[in-house]
Design a protein around this ligand. Structure first.
Ligand code: 5GP
Ligand code: ZN
Length: 135
């Protein structure tokens, strides 16, 4: 993809702080980290989001991300980490090349967790059945 900034990073046309590279996967520090060591792990094959990329690209990227997460925790002495992935602008995706975020977390970092809601009576069953019927 010509205009994709992550494809340009893979090709070395845009500089980055590289963390990892193999035949199919590339990882580098996020330019605006949530916490220090925040890393993006991407497939070299361009695809916009989770529904767009091949199963192989997903598997390769997830496997590499697990290995990278272990190293991030060690390097940053993190107490934990968030492993997340945004799909679509409504979900906060800003760069349309599939990527996992690995975000080191610390006991007292005070980052806000997701807000939680609740279901009306029976609503959860209806939604679960609707999803289930489409699988
Ligand atoms: P998204 O919001 O799409 O899930 O995440 C995209 C991430 O890419 C953001 O956290 C943003 O800071 C990061 N990012 C955007 N442009 C660049 C860039 O040119 N270099 C690096 N290293 N990170 C970038
Ligand atoms: Zn791309």
């Amino acid at each position: 993809m010509q205009d994709c900034i992550f494809c340009k990073i893979i090709k070395g046309e845009i500089p980055c702080a590289k963390v990892y590279e193999d035949e199919n996967v590339f990882a580098f520090l996020d330019i605006a980290p949530v916490s220090k060591g925040h890393t993006l792990v991407i497939p070299k094959e361009h695809g916009e989001n989770l529904l767009d990329i091949s199963d192989k690209a997903l598997a390769d990227t997830a496997k590499a991300a697990k290995k990278i997460a272990k190293a991030i925790v060690k390097a940053t002495k993190a107490d934990g980490f968030n492993f997340s992935q945004n799909n679509g602008t409504a979900a906060g995706q800003g760069v349309m090349h599939f990527h996992f975020h690995i975000i080191p977390r610390f006991k007292e970092d005070r980052l806000k967790p997701w807000p939680h809601g609740k279901y009306e009576q029976g609503e959860d069953k209806d939604i679960a059945e609707k999803i289930s019927s489409l699988l």
